[in-house]
Design a protein around this ligand. Structure first.
Ligand SMILES: [Zn+2]
Length: 60
């Protein structure tokens, strides 16, 4: 079973733009994880996040 380093998804708070590492939602059999954004931003308490990979495309 390959065990390669994996970067957790990052979620960016749309309110204060602090990045949070995704919470592991589930482990996938094929190796890998499914991530979900934290329930609330630790900095401002907002609950809307954008995946960091999609962040630059968010027009605001
Ligand atoms: Zn925030």
């Amino acid at each position: 079973m390959a065990h390669s380093p994996e970067q957790p998804d990052l979620y960016v708070c749309t309110e204060c733009q602090v990045a949070h590492a995704g919470t592991v939602a589930e482990y996938i059999e094929s190796g890998g994880h499914s991530y979900e954004p934290p329930e609330a931003c630790g900095a401002c308490g907002a609950s809307s996040f954008v995946e960091s990979s999609g962040w630059p495309h968010v027009g605001k």
